[in-house]
Design a binder for this molecule. Structure first.
Ligand code: C2O
Ligand code: CU
Ligand code: CU
Length: 548
């Protein structure tokens, strides 16, 4: 049974294994709540947690300790961004802005330690980027002012003080930053998409809790090396959520806001995987929708998908799930990492303790690992109840946006090697030094970056601040990635369009095209780092200076 995590698992599990449940066949009946997925998915409304705030002008954001029941019936301390706006109180607001708007954000740090907000994916100057050098002490404020130069997409914001990013994010500080432009509004009209109704943000995070329901962040040395994995997977801070849907098309904006966990996202009906369409990645809409059955999503990445429920019947259940995959913890040699080995395909495991995952590490587990959710284990994320029949006859647009390929052929190329040496994850042998800038780029240059992950490694989601890139190729990819390729360059649908974070598997090489054009005055310093937050907190991060 689950010992340390009793507050988590025992409090929620119905003690009932749902895998073999017959599909509901009687149309017209209200959906049956699965006892193991009893919690309504928190949807962005006009206030409260994840309330949507349309920002035009100034927003005052306080980073503070708040009280919120992530585990039902267990209100507990967490950290949240709080905004008071026209009598409304929002926590971790979903900020929504028009492309081209100028935004002023005033951060007030009420924590007892340093913090700073980073706007993940936005093209802003170094003063507004939230580089750890700009972290402010408790009690202080920081003023941001920038024009939103990015195209429409699902960006996000989170803390970035050095060494505490993983902890602060895990304790709750993170939310979405949605940019809209004309292409985006055209899509919303074409498909009748409304945020919180038919356009659903899903921030996926895995967490552990103590008995009081407080998220427990205490990585030991091994967890700092591998990343910190929680036993409960939450969406929008709710564990085991359900969502009542109608027979229409939904857009899900999916953010992997986990510290370390990678998800292999699929929709399933029973054991049958459903087709869905990838329409956008980190930096916004793709040229057209791409059909797929699964995508990998690593920490920091976003993917937007359309799920077509028009053919579903009332009473049907569709699951958003993460399929089992090989987590490739090969840093200490293949198979040398107990509890982190390859998870097999989902297998019904009758009995157990009603945990929401299946196929998780069938090998004998040590006491410490029993009830854990190993990296790569299959886990259901969201139960979608088809609860209403509606008329919906809008076709999915054949094209979405124009993506002009970056021409980087003339550009310099740089090589990066990801490797563990002397007990630390490194980029070209380097770890983070606040004031050193090992990479110097000329403003306006176009470059090709070749990032190779060593064989004796683990997957690293590599992220760059300040610029979106285009992926050129993947090579040396493991089979589970290679089988998702949609072109001869080995790229999957989730690799297309504009990206700011890319997952690099052990033994794999990815090539990116970057354009360092920007409109800011003076030298700019940005970051290139692993978005496994234990890795970046431990120093798998380097500065990039873009010369004026
Ligand atoms: Cu989302 Cu430097 O990070
Ligand atoms: Cu970022
Ligand atoms: Cu890493």
């Amino acid at each position: 049974m689950i010992a340390a995590g009793a507050g988590t698992a025992a409090g929620l599990a119905g003690g009932f294994w749902w895998w073999n449940r017959p599909r509901l066949e009687h149309a017209g009946l209200p959906p049956v709540r699965d006892p193991a997925f009893p919690n309504p998915l928190p949807l962005p409304g006009s206030d409260g947690m994840f309330g949507v705030l349309d920002v035009a002008g100034t927003v005052a954001i306080a980073a503070k300790s708040a009280r919120h029941a992530m585990l039902p019936g267990k209100p507990a301390r967490m950290l949240a961004y709080e905004v008071q706006h026209e009598g409304r109180k929002l926590l971790n607001p979903v900020l929504r802005v028009r492309a081209g708007a100028t935004l002023r954000a005033n951060l007030w740090n009420t924590l007892d330690e340093a913090t700073i907000i980073h706007w993940h994916g936005l093209k802003v100057d170094a003063n507004n980027d939230g580089h750890p050098h700009y972290a402010i002490a408790g009690g202080r404020t920081y003023d941001y002012q920038y024009t939103v130069l990015n195209r429409a997409a699902t960006y996000w914001y989170h803390p970035h003080a050095h060494g505490t990013t993983g902890k602060q994010l895990y304790l709750g500080l993170a939310s979405l930053f949605i940019v809209e432009d004309d292409e985006e509004l055209a899509l919303q009209r074409a498909l009748d998409l409304r945020v919180g109704v038919s356009d659903i943000p899903l921030m996926i995070q895995d967490k552990d809790f103590d008995v009081s329901g407080t998220p427990a962040y205490a990585p030991d040395a091994e967890q700092r090396a591998s990343g910190y994995f929680g036993r409960e997977v939450l969406i929008n801070l709710a564990p085991r959520p359900y969502f009542d849907a109608a027979t229409r098309i939904y857009r899900f904006r999916i953010l992997n806001g986990s510290n370390a966990r990678i998800y292999r996202l699929a929709f399933r009906s029973g054991e049958r995987l459903l087709d869905y369409r990838v329409i956008a990645t980190d930096g916004g809409l793709l040229d057209r929708p791409y059909r797929t059955k699964e995508v990998f999503l690593s920490s920091g990445e976003r993917v937007e998908v359309l799920l077509d429920l028009r053919a579903a019947r009332e009473g049907d259940t569709v699951w958003l799930t993460s399929r089992a995959f090989d987590p490739m913890h090969q840093e200490t040699g293949p198979g040398a990492h107990p509890g982190h080995g390859a998870a097999p395909d989902p297998q019904p495991q009758a009995g157990e303790h009603g945990m929401a995952h299946h196929g998780a590490a069938p090998a004998p587990q040590s006491a410490a690992q029993s009830g854990s959710l190993p990296d790569g284990a299959a886990v259901d994320l969201l139960r979608i109840n088809v609860a209403a029949k509606v008329r919906y006859d809008r076709p999915v647009p054949a094209t979405l946006a124009e993506i002009v390929p970056l021409d980087a052929k003339q550009g310099a190329s740089r090589k990066f090697l990801l490797q563990r040496e002397q007990g630390q994850w490194r980029i070209n042998g380097l770890t983070f030094r606040m004031m050193e800038t090992p990479i110097v780029v000329r403003r306006g240059a176009t470059e090709i970056w070749e990032i190779r992950n060593s064989e004796r490694s683990m997957p690293h989601p590599m992220h760059i601040h300040g610029f979106q890139f285009q992926m050129l190729s993947r090579s040396g990819s493991p089979e589970q990635q290679r089988q998702l390729a949609v072109n001869a360059q080995g790229l999957a649908s989730a690799d297309l369009g504009w990206k700011d974070t890319v997952l690099v598997w052990p033994g794999e090489t990815v090539r990116l095209a970057l354009d360092f054009t920007h409109p800011f005055n003076g030298d700019q310093v940005y970051l290139f780092h692993c978005h496994n937050l234990e890795h970046s907190d431990e120093g798998m991060m380097i500065n990039i200076k873009v010369l004026a």
